[in-house]
Ligand binder design. Structure first.
Ligand SMILES: [Zn+2]
Length: 229
């Protein structure tokens, strides 16, 4: 579903993927759980482009529900992977960052490994870098949900790829849920910085992407997260 010009939302069930469609090439933001490669390849076919048109895969963080299909999609398309150095360390080992209650972490570590990718397929990015996507996609370090978490903001389109720094539920915008957050204080600070951008579209990792929120909605969450003076 096209949620903003040239931006398609792919519902991966457990998490969201986003496909940015440009003449020069296609860019995917996050890859969903394992076995989501066909969802992406079908979406590419529907817009009458070919898999090799996917030139970039941008990764917000190394949780399995965001990088589960990374290796498969990369192999099917030849895309370059863009991730922070901290995320890249996990990607080459097929591991996820620690940030869950111990029993969930145990289950994830034991039963849910994902296929690793080779380091030479990854171009590392850092806060302040601007990718040539949607007129300029700025990399933002947004630790909290996980230490390696990054968001990506496109000022000219007003689109924020929030990863798990923000999510939506029943039309409400929320920060990373406390029990799934490595560092709550850092997560609140990261969410505040994202809300300050006043994004017109919040392309979040979980929940429906939001385009119909008002400035008041963003300000209400901002005030809720802001530390009392
Ligand atoms: Zn996550």
């Amino acid at each position: 579903m096209e949620i903003s010009p040239n931006l398609h939302w792919l519902d991966g069930g457990a998490s969201n993927l986003y496909l940015i469609v440009e003449e020069a090439g296609l860019t995917l933001v996050d890859t969903g759980m394992p076995k989501r490669q066909q969802l992406v390849l079908d979406a590419i076919q529907q817009i009458k482009r070919s898999p090799t048109d996917l030139t970039r895969i941008v990764v917000t963080h190394a949780d399995i529900d965001h990088v589960g299909s990374l290796a498969a999609i990369q192999a099917a398309t030849g895309a370059k992977i863009f991730a922070s150095a901290a995320t890249a360390e996990f990607l080459v080992r097929g591991k996820s960052p620690k940030h869950l209650p111990w029993y969930m972490q145990f289950a994830v570590n034991t039963f849910f490994s994902y296929k690793s990718v080779s380091a030479d397929l990854i171009e590392t990015v850092q806060a302040g870098d601007v990718l040539p996507v949607l007129g300029g996609l700025t990399v933002m370090a947004t630790p909290g949900h996980t230490p390696d978490h990054h968001a990506f903001f496109c000022p000219s389109a007003g689109v924020l790829f929030a990863g798990d720094a923000l999510n939506t539920r029943d039309g409400r915008i929320n920060p990373s849920p406390p029990r799934l957050t490595a560092d709550e204080e850092a997560a609140a600070q990261s969410a505040i910085r994202l809300l300050e951008l006043a994004p017109a579209t919040i392309a979040c990792g979980h929940g429906r992407p939001s385009s119909d929120h008002s400035a008041d909605d963003l300000m209400a969450l901002f005030n809720q997260l802001r530390k009392p003076a």
